[in-house]
Design a protein around this ligand. Structure first.
Ligand code: ZN
Length: 260
């Protein structure tokens, strides 16, 4: 059983009162539980704290280093270092190569290593599998403008697949294969001419979801100003199954209900 709570769903920058990319993944196999914060875009920490405490997280997953997926990570670092007495155990952060140096450079203000002070550093690689209690996470490298890892989360026979940012590529098919819920970005309303294929459109998301035999599709990372109804229709046309648009605080459960 896996629950995905949308903490933020805007691509590139937030529209009024909303947040950039972020999700809370929770898993429960009837005994153990696991909680992972996936992508730390602006505004997602405030929404995360409605549902979870930072020290209670098993891990934080950073798909890539673009600011709309990252900018609340330094704020979470401050919360862990200055928000508790005594300071809680370090939280594992799983991200692309060089993430710690990137955040360290941004935060550097003194002698203390700000990253090591609050986080355990883990660099992901394609195909890596990591277990947190009942939750298994698989890192799948996508095609984007920088090193990026989608995540395939499995617990007690249920699967949630999150594309992170990605253009159309074979790895998206592997990611979403037979997933109960495929959370796919659709940053582009339509396919742009003469542009590197580093994002998806609603039509392509639906096509990939259908080919991978995903059961449900959740479109996310729509840019402010995008027409969600048009996106829904385009994705429904190519998918043929149920489609939703990700909105903050929406909860999506697969494999049966779990208590909160
Ligand atoms: Zn990006």
């Amino acid at each position: 059983m896996i629950r995905l709570t949308v903490l933020g769903a805007c691509g590139t920058y937030p529209s009024a009162g909303r947040a950039c990319s972020g999700y809370l993944l929770e898993a429960d196999d009837g005994g153990q539980t696991a909680r992972v914060w996936v992508d730390t875009g602006s505004g997602t920490l405030a929404n995360l704290l409605r549902f979870a405490e930072l020290p209670g997280l098993d891990a934080i997953w950073v798909s890539h280093l673009h600011v709309d997926h990252l900018s609340d990570l330094p704020v979470a670092n401050y919360a862990l270092r200055y928000g508790f007495d005594p300071q809680p155990a370090r939280v594992p952060v799983l991200g692309p190569s060089g993430w710690a140096e990137h955040v360290r450079d941004f935060m550097a203000t003194g002698d203390v290593d700000p990253v090591e002070a609050a986080f355990e550093i883990h660099e992901l690689h394609d195909g890596e599998r990591i277990q947190f209690g009942p939750l298994r996470l698989e890192a799948i490298a996508t095609v984007h403008s920088i090193e990026t890892y989608a995540v395939r989360a499995t617990a007690a026979g249920a699967t949630v697949a999150y594309s992170a940012d990605s253009g159309p590529c074979d790895s998206l098919g592997r990611l979403a294969e037979d997933a109960d819920l495929f959370v796919c970005e659709a940053a582009w309303a339509t396919w742009p001419a003469d542009t590197e294929p580093i994002h998806m459109t609603p039509s392509l998301a639906g096509q990939w979801a259908a080919e991978a035999r995903a059961r449900r599709l959740l479109l996310t990372h729509l840019r402010p100003g995008a027409d969600p109804d048009a996106a829904l229709h385009r994705a429904s046309d190519t998918f043929g199954g149920p489609v939703d648009i990700a909105v903050e605080l929406a909860v999506h459960e697969v494999g049966g209900r779990i208590g909160r």
